[in-house]
Design a protein around this ligand. Structure first.
Ligand SMILES: [Fe+2]
Length: 495
């Protein structure tokens, strides 16, 4: 991981979350289980994972259990396609990331736009929120932070840029903004259930509270006194769990079936996700809900080199490669040719995976991804633009912010209604009332004693109140049996 400037979030480290080690001050007073602060989370990423141990022999047995001879052919096919895909990304750069206007979403995206979104797994939505409204949210957050500066926490502690703020009025207004809601309903509609009895309503969005960043340019910060870490390439949602957890592994059934079956892999099938355990080892910084899309809404004009998000804009192919990679080793250190890679089921290592850590990727662990060519920065965004990336997408954060203005976002992911997500929503609602951080985040008193905190009363729309679990959900037309059941159960639980 490079050591320069930046950002963090849970489950995603470009957005942030924590669950982990050590009991922050205040945990006892709130009676909640200890979770990591943003400082602890960043420290754990900076220290090259003190918790990581070499993988025990049983992981070799796991490889043998999963292995099928037909995967040799799959591997060859994936490597061949990956070569062309990386070349295309290298040639197009940030332009390959689909950018649509909010009015496109209102009208319905074209076939080409939809295809680009499904293929890349990332999207920029421009113009849904008026620029002045988004800048107003930022001003209000800055006033809120200033009014409560004696109680405020964040990173770095002496000049906060990643704020431990979850319950400001601006965040509530941003999360429940009609354009954000409509965008998220659209994005969740790209998912499907392979079993209509799956307990999930994809057309019922629920809110997952997260932090925000207001990152100052490197030139304006006191370099040397603090350093926010640039986040190297990773995927949110666990690491070894992708193979070790039977439920999670079902998501890659087609990839692991052998031969050409991998071409039927659908990263938008929600059914297997509902049984996936992404956190077998109580790792820090894990998002514990099913989050279909990680996302943020911009509060600044920010482009490449200004501390922004970077992504590998290829979803299915990169995922297939990452899932197959642990079963092979190179016989010629620098060669990417399929002939120079052989099956290796004896080595218990899963490259880039570490117990209790996020799945990491580098040129050493995943050379065929050619990360120097395949990871590109999000193009320039304006205040109010939204960015979303699929939960399996490889992403990173620029280490440097060479721009002149602040690089600022509120993390607002998309999540559908599921049994697990409504349990979380119930706890998150309770914490909102008290001003505590949401359940996946530090277990201290948070904003409980802050002046001018956001409250449910700030949310005036019925749709917004439903998103926060404050008003009963409605069964939409065409709901599957599973969706009807989960909505009924959610309403019983919450009201
Ligand atoms: Fe992340």
């Amino acid at each position: 991981m490079s050591s320069s400037t930046i950002t963090i979030s849970p489950g995603s480290l470009e957005a942030t979350n924590g669950s982990g080690h050590g009991a922050p001050a205040g945990a006892a007073s709130t009676g909640r289980s200890p979770k990591a602060s943003i400082t602890n989370v960043i420290s754990s990423f900076q220290s090259n994972s003190p918790a990581a141990e070499p993988f025990p022999a049983r992981f070799s047995a796991l490889k043998k259990q999963i292995w099928k001879d037909g995967l040799v052919e799959t591997w060859r096919q994936v490597l061949a396609e990956l070569e062309g895909a990386v070349e295309e990304i290298k040639e197009k750069g940030s332009e390959i990331i689909p950018r649509v206007s909010f009015s496109d979403i209102q009208r319905g995206l074209s076939h080409d736009q939809l295809q680009a979104l499904r293929r890349t797994g990332v999207i920029v939505v421009q113009g849904g929120i008026p620029k002045e409204e988004a800048l107003g949210w930022k001003r209000s957050i800055q006033e809120y932070a200033a009014a409560n500066k004696d109680l405020l926490k964040g990173f770095p502690p002496n000049n906060i840029q990643m704020f431990e703020i979850y319950n400001s009025r601006s965040q509530l207004l941003a999360r429940t903004h009609p354009s954000v809601l409509q965008t998220q309903i659209f994005l969740n509609s790209l998912w499907r259930t392979s079993d209509p009895n799956s307990p999930i309503s994809l057309s019922t969005p629920v809110s997952y509270f997260d932090r925000l960043r207001i990152r100052q340019p490197d030139a304006a910060s006191e370099k040397g006194r603090f350093v926010l870490n640039g986040l190297s390439p990773h995927i949110d949602g666990g690491s070894i769990e992708r193979w070790e957890d039977e439920g999670f592994r079902k998501c890659w059934d087609k990839v692991l079936a052998g031969g050409s079956k991998w071409k039927e892999f659908d990263p938008f099938d929600a059914t297997p996700r509902l049984e996936a355990n992404q956190d077998l080892y109580n790792a820090p910084n894990q998002c514990s809900v099913f989050r279909t899309w990680q996302g943020w809404t911009s509060l600044s004009t920010t482009g490449p080199t200004e501390g922004t998000l970077r992504v590998l804009p290829n979803l299915s192919l990169a995922t297939a490669y990452i899932i197959l990679r642990p079963f092979f080793r190179s016989t010629s250190p620098t060669s990417l040719k399929a002939d120079d890679w052989v099956v290796d089921l004896e080595n218990p290592t899963f490259p880039g995976s570490k117990i209790t850590m996020t799945q990491a990727l580098s040129n050493d662990t995943h050379p065929h991804l050619r990360l120097n060519d395949s990871i590109v920065s999000i193009p320039k965004v304006e205040p109010g633009d939204q960015v979303y990336w699929h939960c399996d997408l490889v992403h990173a954060v620029e280490a440097e912010h060479l721009g002149k203005g602040d690089s600022s976002v509120v993390y607002i992911p998309a999540a559908p209604l599921t049994t697990r997500n409504v349990e979380y929503l119930q706890a998150q609602r309770e914490n909102l009332m008290k001003g505590y951080p949401p359940p996946d985040f530090p277990s201290d008193e948070g904003e409980a004693r802050f002046r001018s905190r956001g409250t449910p009363g700030d949310v005036s729309t019925e749709e917004g109140r439903r998103l926060l679990g404050l008003s009963p959900f409605i069964i939409p037309d065409g709901a599957t049996e599973g969706a009807k059941r989960v909505i009924e159960e959610a309403n019983k639980m919450l009201f």
